[in-house]
Design a protein around this ligand. Sequence first.
Ligand SMILES: [Zn+2]
Length: 169
Amino acid sequence: MARFIRLLSLIVTILWCTVSFAQNNRVTVVSSTTSANGTIRPECQDEAGLFIALTSKFPQPSNWHFVIVCDDPSWDEFVRKSGQYKPGVIVYGTTYVQSRVTYISGWRLLHPDTFSGAPTPARIVAHEIAHVVLKTEDDTKAEAQAAIWMRNADFTVSTINEAPKSAGQ
Ligand SMILES: [Zn+2]
């Protein structure tokens, strides 16, 4: 599964930053675009901050690598090149259990889809964390576990709004 990491780096390794958080997990942000001064765009850091804040609501994995793909074109390319593209199907995240890596569409965490039944950012994170904790690539199992966590988790508006402030820790 390391080939997916290489694949992604071919697509988007222009800028990246890595932050550590609990349990020896890592979050890497990748983006194909930069801000005017050549640094990673603040929006990418906000995505990582929101992701980390949301993961705190769920059981913590350990020794896992989360890759936040910051911008939409890069995510679309990842979806295509990882063989997941299907017309009309939106991919929000992908977990590869063997290689202990999860890719998340950072754009859709900050800009959630609004159509009826679209997953919230918390739901996207819960689903991928379920894959990780259950060590399964089975979507039905992950979705069932995510639903249980979502019923018990507390997602106040203030929590979500404050989340980007923790970016870059
Ligand atoms: Zn899934």
